[in-house]
Write a protein of this length. Structure first.
Length: 127
């Protein structure tokens, strides 16, 4: 088994003991992204739609660095601090993954996320 670290400056830098993504045996495992602006490392905090858009753009950058896109994604896990944000989150999320065969997804309400974010999304893609 050979693992390759995926790292791009177009998404927020990993600030702990993790990588933005790991490629292994034709699979890509993307770490969760919160709505941090990669240039300033500041939280984009306004509407849930804007936060979701930033998260999805961050994940898009990581996927692209590995030579993939949303069409390669097979599984998504989304975390929301308020399940009442689900409809607005889903509308923005769907603009990235919509179509005839969106990935499988689980969405959970959680007590808190890093830096006070309201949304975090991770994914698994087949390369």
């Amino acid at each position: 088994m050979e693992k390759k670290v995926i790292d791009t400056t177009s998404a927020p830098a990993a600030v702990g003991a993790y990588s933005q993504a790991i490629e292994c045996d034709g699979w890509l495992f993307c770490s969760g992204q919160v709505p941090l602006d990669p240039a300033s490392e500041e939280l984009v905090s306004s509407t849930i739609a804007q936060e979701t858009d930033r998260v999805m753009r961050n994940l898009t950058a990581v996927l692209n660095e590995a030579g993939a896109g949303w069409g390669n994604v097979v599984k998504v896990t989304a975390l929301l601090t308020d399940i009442e944000d689900f409809a607005e989150f889903n509308e923005t999320y769907s603009s990235y993954v919509g179509g005839e065969s969106p990935p499988a997804r689980a969405t959970f309400a959680v007590a808190g996320l890093p830096k006070g974010a309201r949304v975090e999304v991770e994914c698994i893609a087949r390369l």
